[in-house]
Design a protein around this ligand. Structure first.
Ligand code: GDP
Length: 332
């Protein structure tokens, strides 16, 4: 495998904004229809009678070029008449829904009520938006992230958006995950011998990636995967680029370092990409490490990091003897 061979097949495990940055880089360096994104639905919730899938939508908007760059979520060129009218009428306005964005939630809610699976709906929208990648929910069954905090149990969006991640996190629960079935195409892609690399994007490990890993058949597929699994650390210089990752790590009693990220994914990943500014940590991590600039400010950064990740995966794949992977992963 090499990045010049555009037929490289890649599965990206991805949360929202941070993860979608690298998913976009991968999308732009790979040939059309070779990228599969397995997205988090633990953040999904029902609000104002609508089914909202924030992380899947972030990936859809990002890969289609519709995402708002400054805000980091939702669509660009957005208007807010609905929210203003809702507030005037005394409706709940803590979760912002733009007018254009609203169309996606209304349509999704209608289709799910008509018994369309979330995966089929998402695939249809990806096609409509001209995206040449598969975007799959981790499961078509409901999984809901619940944050156990100093203020009690909070559904994810209440914690994240309404309470702005202020309550102290004690633990994080994934309601429904234990019995949720991994989405069939996602499980197949992870297990497929045609897959060349699996990338765990630099999403929040606790809030965005763990809900995906909590689905038993997804975790089993990762354990059994023949493709190298590479994670990219969301921590740079002891800090999260954005969001509460470092705060949550402190509250869970772990250091906000890439070494902690390595420990978190131990037994699952074959290599970790960390920023050169954290290079001193490399010696403490018992995993193959790739030092590469991981701060993605613009599209070039995203593409450069994507290429580095794919080259790293190719190197790990070429270094190992047949059968190495399964034995190696079982042992950890
Ligand atoms: P959310 O669901 O929208 O919060 O997004 P994610 O969970 O996908 O991403 C949040 C994580 O992305 C945070 O831990 C950030 O540190 C990380 N992140 C955001 N931008 C970057 C970046 O440019 N580089 C790296 N390495 N991590 C990033």
């Amino acid at each position: 495998m090499s990045t010049s061979r555009c037929t490289t097949r890649v599965v990206a495990v991805c949360g929202g904004v941070g993860g979608a940055k690298l998913a976009l880089g991968l999308y732009r360096v790979l040939a059309p229809d070779t990228l599969t994104v397995v997205g988090n639905t633990g953040d999904d919730f029902e609000h104002l009678g609508l089914h909202i899938s924030p992380d899947l939508d972030t990936v859809l908007y990002t890969l289609s070029g519709l995402a708002d760059r400054e805000r980091g979520w939702g669509r660009s060129d957005e208007s807010w008449d609905f929210m203003e009218a809702l507030a005037e009428l005394g409706g709940e306005d803590w979760f912002r829904l733009g007018d254009r964005d609203l169309a996606l939630h209304v349509l999704r809610t209608q289709r799910l009520r008509e018994s369309t699976a979330l995966s089929a709906f998402t695939a249809g929208i990806a096609r409509r938006l001209g995206i040449h990648a598969r975007i799959l929910p981790m499961s078509d069954d409901p999984v809901r992230t619940i944050v156990d905090t100093s203020e009690g149990l909070l559904p994810f969006q209440r914690y994240f958006v309404q309470r702005r991640c202020e309550p102290t996190v004690r633990r994080i629960l994934f309601d429904g995950a234990a019995t949720a079935r991994g989405q069939a195409d996602a499980v197949a892609a992870l297990r497929s011998h045609a897959t060349d690399a699996i990338v765990i994007c630099p999403s929040n490990p606790y809030l965005s990636v763990d809900p995906i890993l909590a689905v038993p058949t997804i975790r089993a597929a990762l354990k059994a995967a023949s493709a190298p699994i590479i994670a990219v650390s969301p921590i740079i210089g002891g800090q999260a680029v954005k969001g509460p990752t470092a705060k949550i790590m402190a509250e869970l009693g772990v250091e906000a370092t890439s070494a902690t990220i390595a420990a978190h994914y131990a037994g699952l990943i074959d290599g970790l990409v960390i920023d050169p500014s954290d290079g001193a940590e490399a010696a403490t991590i018992k995993l193959p490490i790739e030092l590469a600039p991981t701060l993605m400010r613009d599209l070039d950064d995203r593409k450069t990091l994507a290429r580095r990740v794919l080259d790293f995966a190719a190197r790990l794949a070429s270094e190992r003897a047949p059968g190495y992977r399964a034995v190696h992963r079982e042992a950890r």
